[in-house]
Design a protein around this ligand. Structure first.
Ligand code: 13P
Length: 256
């Protein structure tokens, strides 16, 4: 089984439109035909999605754009929210859901993550479902139980056909933006447990086809050890995705 690797940049709340166009152009300028062997995704803030997509389309490079959040309702009185159809129309192929920053800072629950995941799948956008434990959970020895429960909750009510394009990103909260990466062994262990949970829910074939990413201080200096693990299919990158040079190194690490 060879899953196509994925390198996704989560820009979080960084880059104005003008800055996003510059960074997208910088990344596009580094594009090499070899990159077709990796699914490369840029997830800038909402307002940057269309400008970034325009740059990528103009350059005819195979790099996708993804959003960082979405609302599950199709339309209506939900001030400040963005729908699946709005993302779809501008060519968004992916959307991050359940990032730990949204769970902890904005009160996103497992139930909301599930609603978003289902709405995205119904609307033809692949969810990148984020899961991950706090340091307290890890110290209590409950990491796998906690993370696998998040996976089950996110995919509740869905079947194997529906989840076939979904991606899971394992991001231990204690490793995000801290410079403290999970060791390759720690990351592999949890990513394997995520895949086993997907197998339990949807069968072995679906589990073998689903990409499981690692995120949390992944950078050119530590990518090699993580990416060669059997159950780690790429990365969801914060800080190191904000510079074209380091992002290129991360993409190229997926090719070797
Ligand atoms: P850092 O790579 O900055 O640790 O962020 C990881 C992350 O949260 C990606 O979603």
């Amino acid at each position: 089984m060879t899953r196509k690797k994925m390198m996704a940049g989560n820009w979080k709340m960084n880059k104005t439109v003008a800055e996003a166009v510059v960074l997208t152009q910088d990344i596009s300028n580094q594009y090499d035909k070899e990159w077709e062997g990796v699914d490369v995704v840029l997830c800038p803030p909402f307002v940057d999605l269309k400008p970034a997509k325009t740059v990528l389309d103009f350059d005819k490079v195979k790099i996708s754009v993804g959003a960082q959040n979405v609302h599950w309702e199709p339309e209506g009185a939900f001030t400040g929210e963005i729908s699946v159809a709005m993302l779809k129309e501008i060519g968004c192929e992916y959307c991050i859901v359940g990032h730990s920053e949204r769970r902890t800072l904005f009160g996103e629950t497992d139930e909301m993550v599930n609603k978003k995941t289902r709405a995205l799948i119904a609307g033809g956008i692949a969810p990148i479902v984020c899961v991950g434990e706090s340091l307290a959970v890890r110290d209590a020895g409950e990491t796998e139980e906690y993370v696998c429960a998040q996976v089950r909750a996110a995919f509740a009510g869905l079947d194997a056909v529906e989840v076939k394009d979904a991606v899971v990103a394992y991001e231990p909260i204690w490793a995000i933006g801290t410079g403290r990466t999970a060791t390759p062994e720690q990351a592999q262990e949890v990513c394997a447990a995520v895949r086993a949970t997907v197998a339990e829910l949807f069968g072995e074939e679906t589990a073998q086809n689903m990409r499981v990413l690692y995120g949390g201080s992944m950078k050119p200096e530590n990518v090699e050890g993580l990416i060669c693990q059997p159950d780690i299919d790429g990365g969801l990158i914060g800080g190191a995705a904000l510079k074209a040079a380091s992002f290129r190194q991360l993409v190229e690490a997926c090719l070797s």
